[in-house]
Design a protein around this ligand. Structure first.
Ligand SMILES: [Zn+2]
Length: 471
């Protein structure tokens, strides 16, 4: 074994056996919170992410934001940053957290940066971005699809949001609620078909559908921050498991969380701030294949329906006795392995992934194999943050588009009665399917990077962190 792989093995063992640190607050100290919002909308003309074709932004439906939320109790402090982006890759999250840490004194392990997964935000990294960027530069010497260098711009805006939020800490009341979403607006998008296969998005009214291949998570989690004197709602965090691709087109938009906030502001005042994070929705979207009229609800209606549940949750939310405590770890998950021939095929096929010259899943496969070059040592860092909010309530941030079964398992195995699970944090490892889904196949499996079983291992790690935090 070469010394570099010995070092890697040691690092992996260290990183997976124990949390990097954990600490708890002085429970008699008051809870303080601060928040700040910065604009992360690129100029028009920037490429949009979310599909296997090139789109350029032609307008702004609503601006994209980085929303930072800082919590402090005594010496214990944590920051969450919610970004209207499809992903925040690990290396960019590390750079943004290092700079935020330098500015605020928070350690980088106490900061978690999440993407909401909007499909109407910029395409700014990864194999598809690199391909389109290279093609543009080869053709004309410049890339009109990237009118600015977006990564430094994004990092600067994230750092500014964390810094401002940290400077605005004030005592708050904390409440929580968990309510079932009615009417149902989220659906498992994988189906058992009459030919024995499992297919994603088989189409509204498809007569060959037998039944969904998995569940949904029908619950909306809400954390509420209030004025401790008047009990007036100041800000909320909503977590719901429903994929954010309900807008389409070529205008920037934060998708349905924008409309959620709009309705909450209309009820609770313009100064009210709504944070949103995706629950585990790797296999969930808004398409009801049984809908007779074939209707798909779009972002404005989804945001409105969700806001009704959130407003009920805010009215019913129960006060928590804050008891801030954190735990963090990085799991170095095994990546899928491909032969040199397959890698060469992917490189040669890559220019076709944004065309229709190959079947869709072949394009996805080529893109995935090429994109795995981002993880040259065959390991994908999966950072997990667990935050205890009170003796009954905890929140976890996980990377990737996590299958809902894994999130439900984490909630079931958590020692906390109310566990809030957020995905798309601090990394872009694509889909995190279950072992069962790996056997069944279809799009999310073809577009996954991690090896089968690593999703279950991530949940084991998260449960371990929560057990350390349990009273
Ligand atoms: Zn997606």
């Amino acid at each position: 074994m070469r010394s570099s792989s010995v070092a890697l093995t040691v690092a992996v063992i260290l990183a997976t056996c124990c949390p990097d640190w954990s600490a708890s607050a002085d429970e008699s100290a008051p809870l303080e919170a601060g928040w700040a919002i910065t604009d992360i909308t690129p100029p028009l003309g920037f490429r949009l992410s979310g599909y296997f074709r090139e789109r350029r932004a032609t307008g702004i439906k609503d601006p994209l934001h980085a929303k930072a939320l800082v919590l402090r109790q005594g010496e214990m402090q944590v920051a969450l940053v919610f970004c209207d982006l499809v992903w925040v890759p690990h290396e960019i999250s590390v750079r943004a957290r290092r700079q935020s840490a330098a500015r605020t004194g928070l350690s980088i392990d106490r900061i978690s940066i999440l993407a909401t997964h909007t499909h109407t935000g910029p395409l700014y990294y990864g194999a598809m971005r690199d391909l389109l960027h290279r093609q543009a530069v080869d053709a004309s010497g410049t890339d009109p699809g990237e009118p600015i260098d977006y990564v430094p711009f994004l990092i600067e805006r994230i750092v500014a949001a964390v810094d401002q939020a940290n400077n605005r800490l004030r005592p708050v009341g904390l409440k929580a609620a968990k309510l079932r979403q009615r009417p149902q607006i989220s659906f498992n998008r994988r189906y058992h078909m009459k030919d024995g296969s499992v297919r994603f998005n088989p189409g509204v009214g498809n007569p060959n559908i037998i039944r969904p291949a998995g569940p949904i998570d029908p619950y909306v989690d809400v954390l509420l921050f209030t004025d401790p004197g008047t009990d007036r709602p100041l800000a909320s965090l909503t977590v719901f498991a429903l994929h954010l691709d309900t807008t389409g087109g070529t205008e920037y938009s934060a998708d349905y969380p924008y409309y959620l906030e709009k309705h909450l502001k209309a009820e609770l005042g313009e100064a009210f701030v709504s944070f949103f994070a995706s629950g585990t929705c790797g296999d969930i979207n808004h398409i009801d294949v049984r809908a007779r009229d074939g209707a798909r609800r779009r972002a404005p209606e989804l945001g409105r329906l969700l806001s009704r549940t959130v407003l009920r949750a805010i009215a019913q939310a129960r006060p928590l006795d804050p008891s801030l405590k954190l735990a963090h770890t990085t799991l170095y998950a095994r990546a899928q392995q491909y032969s040199d021939e397959q890698k060469q095929w992917a490189e040669e096929t890559l220019p076709l992934i944004v065309t229709r010259k190959l079947p869709f899943l072949e394009r996805v496969r080529a893109y995935k194999i090429a994109d795995l070059a981002r993880f040259p040592n065959g390991r994908i860092p999966l950072e997990i943050h667990a935050v205890r909010l009170s003796r009954e309530t905890a929140a976890v941030t996980l990377p990737g588009e996590v299958f809902v079964e894994l999130g439900l398992e984490l909630k079931r195995r958590s020692p906390f009665p109310h566990t809030i699970v957020m995905e798309l944090a601090n990394g872009a490892p694509a889909y995190i399917p279950t072992r069962k889904a790996f056997r069944e196949g279809s799009y999310e499996i073809v577009n996954s990077r991690i090896a089968p079983g690593e999703g279950e291992r991530m949940i084991d790690e998260a449960v371990g962190l929560l057990k350390q935090l349990a009273p």
